[in-house]
Ligand binder design. Structure first.
Ligand code: HEM
Length: 141
């Protein structure tokens, strides 16, 4: 679970990420689709080219969902409930894929904010994204 230091680090860096939700979301998805082409199977009819309207539109949704979780960091589950249902029951995304997207979100943050990504912040973001993935896969049972 996230401790008080983790939460402080996440709250400190997140505004830099939230203010570029569309761009960073699109970049993270683009990297995931390139490094892990099997993830493309969940997005039929998607335009996978860098900066496509699909990548931007969906990237923004994903990052804004994370921003909602950051706003309720003491109760992350509250903002994830319906998204958990969607990914588990409707989309049936293989749980292994969440780690792949998380990794690429971290890479995008590192690319744009390397100066702010000290070890403690890196670790806190990694834990945060793991918490989110844990909630998104909590219905798979
Ligand atoms: C849809 C968030 C990971 C596949 C969505 C939506 C959000 C979201 C907010 C839109 C829901 C709506 O329109 O009501 C997240 C978050 C993730 C995550 C926060 C992890 C950090 C993944 C992964 C995959 C995936 C790893 C598959 C590789 C999908 C698909 C849709 C979707 C296929 C529907 C897209 C569409 O047709 O509009 N997700 N997601 N998600 N997600 Fe995720």
């Amino acid at each position: 679970a996230l401790n008080a230091d983790d939460k402080a680090h996440i709250r400190a860096i997140w505004p830099c990420i939230a203010s570029h939700a569309e761009q960073y979301g699109a970049e993270a998805l683009h990297r995931m689709f390139i490094c892990h082409p099997q993830t493309k199977t969940y997005f039929p009819n998607f335009d996978f080219h860098a900066n496509s309207a699909n990548l931007k539109g969906h990237g923004k949704k994903v990052m804004n969902a994370l921003t909602d979780v950051v706003k309720h960091l003491d109760h992350p589950e509250t903002s994830m409930c319906s998204l958990s249902d969607l990914h588990a029951y409707t989309l049936r995304v293989d749980p292994g894929n969440f780690a792949l997207l998380n990794k690429n979100i971290l890479v995008v943050v590192a690319v744009h904010h390397g100066d702010k990504l000290d070890c403690a912040t890196h670790q806190a973001l990694d834990k945060f994204l793991n918490v989110v993935a844990g909630l998104l896969t909590s219905k798979y049972r």
